[in-house]
Write a protein that binds this ligand. Structure first.
Ligand SMILES: C[S@@+](CC[C@H](N)C(=O)[O-])C[C@H]1O[C@@H](n2cnc3c(N)ncnc32)[C@H](O)[C@@H]1O
Length: 190
């Protein structure tokens, strides 16, 4: 397993480099409709890199982060409320959040199906989900997947089309944008 609990310092200083500018632009467009202190949950937030990017797009929102690695969360900036928890067991009431973010964290979840059920449960009925991850059908995506498996990680990497189908089964309408070996998902519950 990757020892995330001891990697907080590394992710705090280098984690943002893995986000291309096109993805950050998309994140800002995704967050644009929100303006009334809606609540955002960053799942597998690590040191809060994705929440920091989101905050630069929209600082009116309330940011909450969960991650099982306390050693990552302790580097989160004070505007982020943090909880040590897994995606598969979110410590929140039903219908608590307007937005869920997952920044290169989905493939680390040990049970993505339970995580999606949890995300659907804590999202409000018209809630939105933004995912950024690596495309396993590309050479670089496959290489990362193989490396993570060697480290004993779950490595639940998806082809974008496969993830779209899965999310549709959970009731999301899904838009995928490909960025070479990476992709984003913007999804809405309807
Ligand atoms: C590659 S880091 C990404 C962190 C952050 N989102 C970013 O973009 O820098 C993956 C994160 O997923 C977290 N993680 C691993 N298993 C998880 C689970 N079951 N539920 C939620 N987060 C998990 C790890 O602790 C780690 O912080």
């Amino acid at each position: 397993m990757i020892p995330f609990n001891y990697l907080g310092f590394v992710f705090k200083h280098l984690g943002s480099l893995i986000y291309p500018k096109e993805v950050l632009e998309e994140l800002c467009i995704f967050l644009k409709p929100f303006s009334h202190q809606e609540s955002v949950l960053d799942v597998g937030a690590g040191t809060g890199v994705m929440s920091e990017f989101a905050y630069k797009c929209n600082n009116k929102l309330k940011y909450v982060a969960v991650d099982p690695a306390e050693g990552m969360l302790k580097f989160a900036l004070p505007f982020i409320e943090t909880y040590v928890a897994s995606a598969e067991e979110l410590p929140f009431e039903d219908n608590s959040f307007d937005v869920v973010l997952m920044g290169e964290s989905l493939h680390h979840f040990y049970n993505p199906s339970i995580a999606f059920q949890e995300v659907k449960r804590v999202l409000k009925k018209d809630g939105k989900l933004f995912i950024y991850d690596f495309d396993v059908s590309t050479f670089r995506g496959k290489s990362i997947c193989m490396m993570e498996k060697l480290f004993g990680e779950p490595a639940h990497f998806y082809k974008p089309s496969a993830l779209k189908e899965i999310l549709e089964e959970y009731g999301f309408s899904v838009n995928i944008v490909n960025h070479k070996w990476r992709y984003t998902v913007s999804a809405s519950l309807s």
